[in-house]
Design a protein around this ligand. Structure first.
Ligand SMILES: [Mn+2]
Length: 341
């Protein structure tokens, strides 16, 4: 991994770095998911307990998915949308569940964060930060934070333990996807501390009618080209929708690769899934997006975003569909079959 190694005694190094700091700002990735939310809150709790400092947690984008909204409600809405002033004022920025240069966090270009804690693919830009703990072999950033909290011998409040558990659970699909031994250990450490009733409520959160409408749109829009399923679902009410539909389509018999796209805030959002061992989702989405935008992810799931600058999202989506079919060497004359045909 480019000569990068996890720091020895990361907790001590992190606490040493931030001791006495004021105006610490913790930034999860944009449109934060449970792993990003839980990691940010776990870090804030750690800093409060061990250093007596009050860090703030703020995010860019939106918490859209019904389950994630329910999680944030259960936690008492502990994070808020980031403001320009807050970003400028921060003396220390800590990125969690994201890294510089990924295009999915609000870190200003050229600004070096004080610390980075993440489980995505290592990025060279991260080496500039004074503290870096990046572990691509792990399924969730919540696992890293759970280890810190254990090392700090802190008793976890039940809501925080529930959030960290849910962060690991969702990012690894219940330890089934991309989980390492550390994820398993953290998961079972947290399990007895979880508020089970609250977790059930979060996972079964009720959704607006628009959720079902978007499924109808997606199923009507989907086209299957042999082992490839593609769908452009038009305007989305929140950016996570593309991922929800991609997960659904990846269940289709015979399909190896899925790409679902939708427009949100003048950006085309892509979600890619792969069941193939040879062509993973991360590699695929990077090839498809190229220099049109930003993309990244793991072997089975990945995502990207392409800024539209006012262009028609449907035309851009069609271009990306063609790029995906070409990359996967689907013969050009292959007809796209509708799911509802
Ligand atoms: Mn994560």
């Amino acid at each position: 991994m480019d000569g990068y190694t996890i720091p020895a005694r990361p907790l001590d190094q992190l606490l040493h770095l931030l001791a006495g700091a004021t105006r610490v700002l913790i930034l999860p990735h944009n449109d934060p998911d449970p792993d990003a939310i839980a990691s940010a809150l776990g870090l804030r709790y750690l800093l409060a307990q061990r250093l007596g400092l009050e860090a703030s947690v703020a995010y860019q984008g939106m918490v859209g998915r019904a389950e994630n909204k329910a999680l944030v409600r259960f936690l008492g809405r502990p994070l808020r949308p980031l403001t320009e002033a807050e970003l400028r004022r921060a003396s220390h920025i800590v990125l969690v569940d994201t890294q510089p240069g990924t295009g999915n966090n609000p870190l200003p270009a050229g600004r070096i964060p004080s610390a980075i804690i993440d489980h995505h693919t290592w990025r060279a830009e991260s080496a500039l930060a004074p503290f870096v703990d990046v572990r691509p072999q792990q399924g969730a950033t919540s696992t890293i934070l759970t280890e810190y909290l254990q090392a700090a011998a802190l008793e976890l409040p039940r809501p925080l333990a529930t959030a960290l558990f849910y962060g690991i659970k969702t990012d690894t699909m219940g330890l089934g996807r991309g989980a390492g031994l550390e994820d398993v250990a953290a998961y079972y450490y947290l399990q007895p501390l979880v508020d089970i009733e609250a977790l059930v409520e979060i996972e079964r959160a009720q959704v607006p009618a628009s959720y079902f409408k978007s499924f109808v749109t997606a199923i009507q829009a989907a086209r299957v080209y042999g082992q490839v399923a593609l769908a452009y679902i038009g305007a989305m009410s929140y950016p996570d929708q593309a991922a929800e539909i991609a997960d659904l389509l990846s269940r289709l018999e015979g399909v190896q690769w899925v790409m679902c796209m939708g427009a949100h805030n003048d950006t085309l959002i892509l979600a890619v899934r792969s069941r193939s061992r040879s062509t993973g989702a991360g590699q695929l989405v990077r090839a498809v997006v190229g220099d049109l935008g930003m993309a990244g992810g793991h072997g089975t799931m990945a995502g990207g975003q392409v800024p539209l600058h006012g262009a028609d999202p449907a035309i851009m989506a069609e271009r990306l569909c063609q790029a995906m079919l070409a990359h996967l060497k689907v013969p050009p004359a292959t007809p796209g079959v509708a799911l509802t045909a």
